[in-house]
Design a protein around this ligand. Structure first.
Ligand code: ADP
Ligand code: MG
Length: 348
C-alpha cells in the first residue's frame, strides 16, 4: 500500500503543485490520478519514487517512509512507464526491456530470456525483439515500455499518461491489455491520466485532482459517477455522466419479452408492425424477420445496462437482443423495458 499523508510539494519558486494530499493506493489495485493539465498529477507520481521529494508530509510504502529508503533501492521495486514509452533509440527492443535486469547484474542470457517472456506477456511478436524502437508503431512502443517496467517484477508500477500519445483504437486495446495483465499480476499500480474515460475504465479507485494540487474526490468510479463531490467533479465528469454510470448497472433485472422471437423453421407469420427476431435452430439470433436491418446483442445478466442500450441503439427497432454467455437468445429487451430500467437507474 502507498500512503500519502498530508503531502505538499512546493517548488523552489514557491509554486504549490500538490497541496496537503492524503490518500491511499491499495496493494494489488489500480489507483488512477486524473485531472486537468497542470493539476499536479506527475508531481504526485514522481514523489512516490523520489524523482521529486515532497516538501511536507510523508509518503509511506507498506508503512516505510520513502525518505528513509535510498532512491536506487526504492526504484528497484517500482516500475515506471511514461508517455512515448521513453525507449532508448539505439538499443534493440530486447535490450530495452532487459535494461533493469542488466543494471541489477543478471547474466545476459537470463536477462534476455526474461525480456522475451515479457514481450510475449504484453502481446508482442518475439520477432520484434531484434528491431529498434523507430521500427515499431506507437502502440507497440508503449507495450515495450510496459514490458520494460515489469522486467524486474517490481510490486509497484507507476504509469504517467502511458497511452495518451496513441490513437483511440490502439489506446483501447492497450487499456484492455493492461487490465488483462493486471488480472494476472496484481501489481500496485498508480496510473496518471487527464482522460476521465480512461480513469473510469481502469481505476479501482480514482482520485480527481483540481488545479492547485488539491484532491477534489477519491472514490470508486461508480461512486464518482453517482455522487460527484462538487461542481468541479461534476463538470469534469462531463455531460454523459448519466450514460457512463450505466456501465455499472446490471442487466439482470431488465425485463425480457420471450414472445418476440420466431424460430427460423417457422413460416413468416403474416405482416406485423412489430419486430420479430428470427432464431436459428441452435438458438442464435439470425435477423429481424422480413427486414434487412441490423441488430445488437448483449449478454443478459453479465453485460451492463450501457451495453444493452448500445445494442438497442444499433437497430432501428430500438430493441436489444438478449443472449446467454453461449450466444443463445434468451429474449428481447424492448424500448419500454429499457426505459423502465433507465428510470430505475436514475433513481438509484
Ligand atoms: P500535471 O502532470 O497534472 O500536468 P505537473 O505535476 O506536471 O502537472 O505540474 C503541476 C504544476 O507544477 C504545474 O503548474 C507546473 O507548471 C508546476 N511545475 C512543475 N514542475 C515545476 C518546477 N520544477 N518548478 C516550478 N513549477 C513546476
Ligand atoms: Mg503530467
Amino acid at each position: 500500500m502507498i500512503t500519502f499523508d498530508a503531502v505538499t510539494k512546493r517548488y523552489p519558486d514557491g509554486f504549490v503543485a500538490v497541496d496537503n494530499l492524503s490518500m491511499e493506493a491499495e496493494t494489488g489495485r489500480i489507483t488512477v490520478l486524473v485531472g486537468p493539465s497542470g493539476c499536479g498529477k506527475t508531481t504526485t507520481l514522481r514523489m512516490i519514487n523520489r524523482m521529486i521529494d515532497a516538501s511536507e508530509g510523508r509518503i509511506l510504502l507498506d508503512g516505510a517512509d520513502v525518505k528513509e529508503i535510498d532512491p536506487p533501492t526504492l526504484r528497484r521495486g517500482i516500475g515506471y512507464v511514461i508517455q512515448q514509452a521513453g525507449l532508448f533509440p539505439h538499443r534493440k527492443i530486447v535490450d530495452n526491456v532487459a535494461t533493469v535486469p542488466y543494471l541489477l547484474g543478471w547474466d545476459k542470457k537470463k536477462a534476455r530470456d526474461r525480456a522475451m517472456e515479457l514481450l510475449d506477456r504484453v502481446g508482442l511478436d518475439p520477432k520484434l525483439a531484434q528491431r529498434y524502437p523507430f521500427q515499431l508503431s506507437g502502440g507497440q512502443q508503449q507495450r515495450v515500455g510496459v514490458a520494460r517496467a515489469l522486467a524486474a517484477d517490481p510490486p509497484v508500477l507507476l504509469m504517467d499518461e502511458p497511452f495518451s500519445a496513441v490513437d483511440p483504437i490502439v489506446r483501447t486495446s492497450l487499456q484492455e491489455e493492461l487490465l488483462r495483465l493486471q488480472s494476472e499480476l496484481n501489481k500496485t499500480i498508480v496510473f496518471v491520466t487527464h482522460d476521465i474515460d480512461e480513469a473510469i475504465k481502469l481505476g479501482d479507485r480514482v482520485a480527481v485532482l483540481r488545479v492547485g494540487g488539491k484532491l477534489a474526490q477519491f472514490a470508486a468510479p461508480k461512486t464518482l459517477l453517482s455522487e460527484p463531490a462538487d461542481d468541479f467533479v461534476r463538470e469534469f465528469l462531463g455531460k454523459d455522466r448519466g450514460i457512463r454510470r450505466l456501465s455499472f448497472v446490471s442487466t439482470e433485472h431488465l425485463r425480457l419479452r420471450t414472445d418476440l422471437t420466431v424460430s427460423s423453421g417457422t413460416a413468416a407469420a403474416g405482416s406485423s408492425d412489430g419486430w420479430l427476431m428470427v432464431v436459428s435452430e441452435d438458438g442464435r439470433p439470425v435477423g429481424w424477420q422480413g427486414r434487412d436491418e441490423p441488430f445488437g446483442t448483449y449478454v443478459h445478466g453479465k453485460d451492463s445496462l450501457r451495453a444493452a442500450l448500445d445494442a438497442a441503439l444499433l437497430s432501428p427497432s430500438g430493441q436489444a437482443v438478449a443472449v446467454d454467455p453461449a450466444g443463445k437468445v434468451v429474449g428481447i429487451a424492448t424500448r419500454e423495458a429499457l426505459d423502465a430500467a433507465l428510470a430505475e437507474a436514475a433513481d438509484g
